[in-house]
Design a protein around this ligand. Sequence first.
Ligand code: ATP
Ligand code: MG
Length: 576
Amino acid sequence: MSPTSPSTDAGKKPSPEPTPAPSNFIRDTMIRDLETKKYGDAVLQTRFPPEPNGYLHIGHAKAICLDFGLADEFAGKTNLRFDDTNPEKEEQEYVDSIMKDVRWLGFEWDGLYYASDYFDQLYEWAIKLIKDGKAYVDDLTADEIRQHRGTLTEPGKDSPYRNRPVAENLDLFERMRQGEFPDGTRVLRAKIDMTSPNLNMRDPVMYRILHAEHHRTGDKWCIYPMYDYAHGQSDSIERVTHSMCTLEFEDHRPLYNWFIQQLGIFPSQQMEFDRLSLTYTLLSKRRLLKLVQEKHVNGWDDPRMPTLSGIRRRGYPAEAIRNFCAAIGVSKTNGTLELAMLEHYIREDLNKRAPRVMAVLRPLKVVIDNYPENQVDEVDAVNNPEDDSAGKRKVPFSKVLYIEQDDFREVPPKQYYRLSPGREVRLRYGYFITAKSVVKNDKGEVVEVHCTYDPATRGGNAPDGRKVKSTIHWVSAAHAIDAEVRLYDKLFSKEDPNQVEEGQEFTANLNPQSLDVISHAKLEPSLANAPVESRYQFERLGYFCVDPDSKPGRPVLNRTVALKDTWAKIEKRAGS
Ligand code: ATP
Ligand code: MG
């Protein structure tokens, strides 16, 4: 169950294990429970319980790393359990994607279960609770139940059906199951305490009638257990010792314990931790579903989405996500982390292992007038300065090259040290060149820069020791591969995308500039057969990942994350 090497990393040398997380209260409890043998000699057992109503997101990654990571640390086991008690929202597509994503993150479950596996057992336990006088069938409507529930300051009122005889409850519950009653006409409720200060304890609903087709049990059932009735019992059946969930379930813990105590079954314990939230990001399946359905993004795996399938496609390495989750730890209060922090972990990881290549996103033609026609010079380029074992490759250099439009200014602003008329710069791994003249189109735009090169500077250094202030990247025009490159920015322009003006929806905060497609980028030829999901650093530009939309001879690359661009800051500050 230890993290496995994700498929995309196959063939790469194994990276070091993530640094262990600082201690946290969940780990401390586990240590104590093992020391005191709270569960006898049973192994520590956790579960990850997604509802298959959408794709997993980075918030789920935090839960997965905790559930699997902590069990692993204590030689325990982890189940994957689909919490499939809402037949109307659940689908096999989601089940499949969740399994794929958990594996991609590097984890393998011990048991694979579904809450629906337990529908028969849960039903029997409900009957036991009825017989014990601990549950009753209520005929109030949902609205009436809400009215009777009271508020935080006012106690609730008993339902007129609360004291039905056991035999009548048994009969009605059985007929609910047989499908005699329409949706919403009756529910089964636990008989606890309508005056409890905890609203969850005021006779919570255990079952509702729902004539809906279930993705696994079909039409076998027309009553379905509520989350609170299903979850703890499912944990108990699987002998889960530590059931981790997010803080909003803290107030449900007394109910979780109540069912287990009444039934006298395995005493699983629920522990709560803080929900991950990130700036400029929404982590809610419901909201993400809306973005997909309304086509604000191109599907669940759009690289701008915070889903695991989206960030995988974008190029985020699974290991970087695990390291991020280990670093953020857990706490007892919810907060929001900077998206920049996540990006930091992505860069840190890719810096170590992404091969460097040269690519030009917005090409400007450079002709080296004194370079021999038809001569091709194979210059040596370092694959990864952070990793000596990555070696070197040959990059073709010739008379006509492409450089970035941004790396030339006919009239250079202050502090601009890249190519401009009369200025000498270094072409990375190539030669020193000096710009001499330009060719313009009808609109007056520079379309070609004519330069001279110094043959003595091959490899990028002048024998006389003279310096240049700038090194720029390039590709040989005759050898370049045409590519589509997709640049991404934040999906939302507001730090808190939920913050909206009156009458607006969160979609009003979508960033209209979140996708910039460059259709004619030029890549160095070593990228000709780059496999899908392989990752590179484009020198000076950022990290990029090959997209599944790639076609032979026409790769598509996604920018995973930019390098920190110091020039952009200077330019911004200067207001130019
Ligand atoms: P969503 O609102 O996105 O649907 P959820 O909590 O309803 O989230 P589940 O499928 O029920 O999603 O979650 C499975 C597990 O993942 C639960 O234990 C839940 O607490 C945890 N989880 C979900 N979102 C986050 C998050 N943002 N941070 C940490 N854990 C999360
Ligand atoms: Mg949910």
